[in-house]
Design a protein around this ligand. Sequence first.
Ligand SMILES: CC(=O)N[C@@H](Cc1ccc2ccccc2c1)C(=O)O
Ligand SMILES: [Mg+2]
Length: 368
Amino acid sequence: MRLERAELLHVSLPLITPFRTSFGTMTSKDTFLLHIVTDRAEGWSEFAADPEPLYCAEFIAGAEIVIRDFLLPRVAALRTPTTAALAPAMAAVKGHELAKAALETALLDAELRAHGMPLATFLGSVHERVPAGVSIGIKDSLPELIDDVERYLAEGYVRIKLKIEPGWDVAPVRAVRERFGEALPLQVDANTAYTLADAEHLGKLDEFGLLLIEEPLEENNLHAHARLQRRLTTPVCLDESIHNARDAASAIALDACRVINIKPARVGGYPEARRIHDLAAAHGVPVWCGGMLETGIGRAPNLALAALPGCTLPGDTSASGRYFAEDITEPFVLRDGHLPVPTAPGIGIDPLPDALARFTTARRRLYP
Ligand SMILES: CC(=O)N[C@@H](Cc1ccc2ccccc2c1)C(=O)O
Ligand SMILES: [Mg+2]
């Protein structure tokens, strides 16, 4: 397979409702797609971060430079650019896991399409559909939150995740428990908003039987998360702190987490995501597939990952309609609380040309 062309398409999709987290409020999904053309097949991927480095260190303009100036030249220099050959070639570049994931996933998509193999087959997925959880942002009032939970449960979501931050944590969890009962699969995500000084306060969440508390403390502080886990009965789940399998091994060894949210974009791509899945399974640590408000281009491959046997908790891959009135691919629609795992070769989905044109704000040739 030979790389012939690569281009980047900036897209902007309005969110149907603002999504508020402890790190800010999103009103649109602004990112870029990477489109590569090889002599055998085309490949697509989606960059997972934002225009500004507020949620994570990577951001759109920076990733564009890293892909154009430092990663693509290494792909073009490969005699046969396979996904397996790409990883060592990209290892010379420090960090930039989300940029590397975008390039690796586009190349993997092309490679799998050339071989007629679905990503689910490549990863070893064992389910044809996966249960869908939903992530609910911080609200202005408890009644608004209850209305949202009610609506999502009526749509069929099997697990509720609440964004929390200091001042919006125990009360919303208690309100959801009181309204919907003890049996509702419920978890929270702090997106690093707390410190160890909040340990006693976070202990108040233990009475609510949560599945997990996601990334309560600052990212990359495994020692602090391990100290917090010793004071909580609620399982700590790491997200932002896990950048690769090595981090996952350290976090498990330190008892810094008892669950891992795997986001293929955050860990540099799907092969590394699979390695984290296998490592966690070997230690009896449940994992689930996280989400970043992806369009269908990022959502489709995440469903293949979510179908791996060790993904024993519902993930954040919600229906397209949870975020967008219109997606740039055929929408993923919830059926009995589940989403279908794509079965077509590669990521198993293509952008809809008309929708893509309408949501594209800029196109940039990256190669040659
Ligand atoms: C579904 C969910 O809660 N995802 C992330 C938070 C998040 C949410 C929205 C995002 C939008 C653009 C870039 C990063 C984003 C991250 C999380 O699990 O922590
Ligand atoms: Mg999270």
